[in-house]
Ligand binder design. Structure first.
Ligand code: AMP
Length: 284
């Protein structure tokens, strides 16, 4: 496995792979890799011939007071995981390489980035779309892999790729969970033992939403309310949102819905840690 820090070096490897007719896959990450990230690399390995992972804790997607400085950085272990999952090349740029002092251009997403995560974390998605565009420019992938875990993010990236005619296909991969259902996240390592013990409630709330929709409950507002109740039961999770929304537009469903797809989306604060999760539902 090749490890490179400079865009020009990455580009020359990728161009050589393409000259050989190989399909290039890219998996962008911020490191602190877990089995969720590895599942993306493994999917890229199955679908593509040349797999590029990127590890970059992107400063522009963190707001003031967020966890940029304490975000876990575990490069050596990450490279081992990339190797084991089948990456051919890993790009690990320094921030100074990604952002020149006089950088003057950003990619700003629209409506989809104003709700949910975008409402709570102003500027976050602009940081994401800008860095992802740069990573696509450097790694020139045919296919790029993102997790459903960050549902709004993959939707915004899909829209950006369509709107800007970027020549990359986006694949969204399923959420990988711990045995109690907690979605794997680099931030889970912030949790204390007592916090960790209730973090599984987030998945329980999503399961409750799926169960209600499966059992014929067709009021989206009622499903959202029951999710919130389940989250609040322990008294430890502070609910930022618990909504049932259109999976294309992220508009909250308010009325009785039948025969439609939906996404249940949750964000909670647990002590000093912010956690998000989601699940797809269908109102019968
Ligand atoms: P991050 O390092 O948090 O930026 O995540 C990098 C990629 O991994 C994103 O596309 C995430 O959606 C994806 N990802 C993070 N956690 C999981 C998980 N538990 N299951 C599947 N994909 C994940």
């Amino acid at each position: 496995m090749i490890v490179e820090q400079l865009p020009e070096a990455v580009r020359s490897h990728v161009r050589e792979a393409k000259r050989q007719g190989r399909i290039v896959g890219c998996v962008p990450t911020m490191g602190a890799l877990h089995d969720g990230h590895c599942s993306l690399i493994e999917q890229a390995r199955r679908d593509c011939d040349f797999v590029v992972g990127t590890i970059f804790v992107n400063p522009t997607q963190f707001g003031p007071g967020e966890d940029f400085s304490r975000y876990p950085r575990t490069l050596e272990a990450d490279l081992d995981r990339c190797r084991a999952a089948g990456a051919d090349l890993v790009f690990t740029p320094a921030a100074s390489v990604m952002y020149q002092d006089d950088a003057d251009t950003v990619v700003v997403p629209g409506q989809l980035a104003t709700v949910l995560e975008g409402a709570i974390r102003p500027g976050h998605f602009s940081g994401v779309t800008t860095v992802v565009t740069k990573l696509f420019g450097i790694t020139e992938p045919d296919v790029a892999f993102f997790g459903q875990k960050d549902f709004q993010q993959q939707l915004i990236i899909r829209r950006m790729v369509r709107d800007l005619n970027l020549a990359v296909r986006i694949v969204t991969c399923p959420i990988i969970r711990e045995s109690d259902g907690l979605a794997m996240s680099s931030r889970n390592r912030y949790l204390t033992e007592t916090e960790r013990a209730v973090a599984g409630d987030i998945h329980q709330a999503l399961r409750e939403a799926i169960r209600l929709a499966d059992c014929g409950e067709c009021s989206a507002a009622e499903v959202a309310l029951q999710m919130r109740r389940r989250l609040e039961r322990s008294g430890q999770l502070q609910v930022q949102y618990a909504v049932v929304a259109n999976p294309e537009t992220l508009e909250e469903y308010q009325t009785e819905e039948r025969g439609i797809e939906a996404v249940a989306l949750i964000a909670v604060q647990l002590g000093s840690t912010r956690l998000i999760d989601n699940a797809l539902l269908r109102f019968g």
